[in-house]
Design a protein around this ligand. Structure first.
Ligand SMILES: [Zn+2]
Length: 322
């Protein structure tokens, strides 16, 4: 088990691919994958030490307080009847079997397939000589993995922020670009979505016919500047907003990309079938409080900015399932 650190050091230059045919098998070619595999190996080793204690101690734990009255503990009292003792022994056995199964599934983890293949090939290269471990782990790889994952995420966030800034600047540089965005949206003819242009230059009403929801959308701009953001409300003359409208509005108002009309129109449209769209988390339409999934989370794999006009898609969620 503790051969792992030396494998990590040598694998980076290794060009012989011990990775088996399946291309979905994660390889060992990035720092984060290496660390993730090492963390799993470390966990396996820890479990191996644990497994050694199963036979016979782990299985016979319920007998300990009987044989050794000094060791009676709150969690391990003397069984009052043979039937209770039998039940405790059964339970101890089931728990150990579950532990062994958990160990096996970690061992067969697809991520470790390439690790085992690498070990095999190294042993073959060494004419059957087993790899010599140095006997100890140099690092806590689960801690290292967390650090790497955090760094990776902040890099991605940073790239995203920069990308959005560039998009914003580009959108602002064309006077009336939002009209093109609206035109492209209207051409898509989204079922159940009706857009009514308002009297004001940059105001619209978006009606979701099947959902029975109507939203007012209004461009925000400083005099002489292009529209820099979009306000949404559900105030309709002559009636107050419904509970559902308020819940949806709360989510729409907290959206990112407030300058982006295309994001807003796609987000509002994602509510068109709210009464038929189950929550992605619990797969149910209404939660225990009889509420519909009114939260919308943008899906990660949005098309890139350089392609044709981007279409945003959203996952529906209950507030309680977020
Ligand atoms: Zn749910």
């Amino acid at each position: 088990m503790s051969t792992a650190p030396s494998m990590a050091a040598t694998n980076q230059n290794s060009t012989q691919g011990p990775v088996t045919g399946n291309s979905e098998t994660p390889g060992l070619d990035s720092e984060i994958q290496l660390v993730s595999s090492l963390a799993k190996l470390q966990e396996l080793e820890r479990k191996i030490h644990e497994l050694r204690g199963f036979m016979p101690q782990g299985l016979l734990e319920p007998l300990v307080p009987i044989a050794n009255p000094d060791k009676v503990a709150l969690g391990n009292p003397v069984a009052e009847t043979p039937r209770v003792l039998r039940a405790s022994l059964d339970e101890a056995a089931r728990a150990r079997v579950a532990d062994v199964q958990q160990f096996q599934s970690l061992w067969r983890d697809p991520e470790l397939t390439s690790v085992w293949a690498h070990v095999e090939s190294r042993i073959k290269e060494a004419n059957g000589q087993l790899l010599q471990p140095n006997g100890k782990w140099e690092r806590d790889y689960d801690v290292l993995l967390e650090e790497l994952a955090r760094t990776e995420k902040s890099k991605i966030d940073e790239r995203q922020r920069e990308g959005e800034e560039a998009e914003y600047t580009k959108a602002q540089s064309t006077e009336g670009e939002w009209k093109n965005v609206l035109e492209r949206f209207l051409q898509r003819n989204m079922p159940g979505v009706r857009v009514i242009k308002g009297l004001d230059e940059s105001s619209l009403a978006v009606a979701l016919v099947r959902a029975g929801l109507v939203f007012q959308v209004k461009g925000v701009s400083f005099p002489g500047s292009p529209v820099s953001g979009w306000d949404v409300s559900s105030k309709i003359a002559g009636r107050s907003p419904t509970k559902l409208e308020n819940a949806v509005l709360g989510c729409v108002e907290s959206r990112p990309r407030k300058w982006d009309l295309s994001f807003l129109l796609d987000m509002i449209s994602s509510y068109a079938d709210i009464k038929q769209t189950p929550c992605v988390k619990c797969n149910r339409l209404t939660d225990n409080g009889a509420q519909l999934p009114t939260l919308r989370r943008p899906q990660a794999n949005q098309q890139s900015a350089d392609g044709p006009a981007r279409i945003y898609t959203f996952d529906a969620l209950h507030y309680g399932c977020a």
